[in-house]
Design a binder for this molecule. Structure first.
Ligand code: MN
Ligand code: MN
Length: 320
């Protein structure tokens, strides 16, 4: 098996070449890959600011600084995985249901090849076609969602598909093992005092930012692992989980959030879970400053890539 890994930044400078994720080769050789980085440049689901269509480009650009050893997880990534930058799935700007079909269809061969996708969004509406593609291969999945919003509202402007509604739709469509799913980080002003209770009534465990602050990182991590157990899991990381001081370039920022370091701890805390797919969503480069948000998103994706490497290093079950 060919092992795909980033270009050597001791041989050529990291500002060289076309901006693939981490300087990985851009190809669609799923036979020889364990992980595929996939862009989903779609932002028609946004209800406030727009611009997540440039998220994949922004994250890829910032990712050229990332190196092959993850010191936080203690794993040299490419000793254990072969990874490719798959490019982007097709989308139709302005047409959400057509885009959902294209995104699902675009991810299907990746799941069929037992390759783990790390999807770079895109607004959070893309979670629905991602979960459709993942569930088609794996059945209903546990969800670990880091987000300041549960995204379980019923509709916006009379429409069922937006970035505020994908997880209600996913439950309705039977894509989630909701009893094993957990949403972490909710905070800020809401429309109705029952908004978070709605998510709980749908079956989700929901930890607000206040809950997490009281529990601390370690106890929160234990709650996540207890909830998910051995279930096959989808991890969705909305960058607005992070405080806008650390992630200003996003669509619906909520103050009072987590730092970059804390966000990395949460991402790394998922080691040991059976994760079949990841995303990092809601990066809006036009609202970013000095690549702060894109750089953090690239680092979270790097941690996710490292989790797959770690599972393989330990003889785990992530991917083929
Ligand atoms: Mn979200
Ligand atoms: Mn959000």
């Amino acid at each position: 098996m060919t092992r795909y890994e980033p270009a050597d930044s001791f041989a050529t400078p990291r500002f060289s070449d076309v901006r693939t994720f981490m300087r990985l080769p851009h190809n669609r050789d799923l036979e020889n890959a364990n992980v595929a980085i996939v862009g989903a440049p779609f932002d028609t689901g946004a209800t406030f600011r727009a611009g997540a269509r440039f998220g994949p480009e922004g994250i890829r650009s910032a990712s050229h600084l990332l190196r092959r050893h993850n010191s936080g997880l203690g794993v040299t990534i490419f000793d254990h995985v072969s990874a490719i930058d798959y490019g982007d799935v097709p989308v139709v700007p302005g047409y959400i249901e057509s885009s959902y079909e294209w995104i699902e269809e675009g991810l299907r061969p990746i799941y069929e090849a037992d390759v783990v996708p790390i999807v770079l969004g895109g607004d959070h509406s893309i979670a629905l076609p991602e979960l459709r593609a993942a569930a088609k291969r794996h059945g209903p999945l546990a969800l670990v969602q880091f987000d300041s919003h549960p995204d379980t509202w019923d509709s916006y402007f009379g429409e069922k598909h937006t970035h505020g509604t994908p997880f209600r739709r996913a439950v309705e469509e039977g894509l989630l093992d909701v009893e094993r799913s957990i949403q972490v980080g909710m905070r800020g002003s809401i429309y109705d005092e029952r908004d978070w209770d709605d998510a709980k009534e749908m079956g989700f465990e929901l930890l607000t930012t206040d809950d997490v602050r009281k529990l601390g990182i370690e106890a929160t991590t234990r709650r996540i692992h207890e909830r998910v157990g051995e279930a096959k899991t989808y991890v969705s990381f909305d960058i607005d989980f992070v405080d806008p001081a650390f992630a200003p370039g996003t669509g619906t920022p909520e103050v009072g959030g987590f730092s970059s370091w804390e966000s990395q701890q949460f991402a790394r805390s998922l080691a040991g879970l059976h994760i079949v797919g990841f995303d990092v969503v809601e990066v809006y480069p036009a609202y970013d400053l000095a690549q702060i948000t894109a750089l953090l998103a690239a680092n979270i994706a790097h941690d996710f890539l490292s989790l797959v490497a770690l599972a393989r290093k330990r003889g785990g079950i992530s991917g083929k």
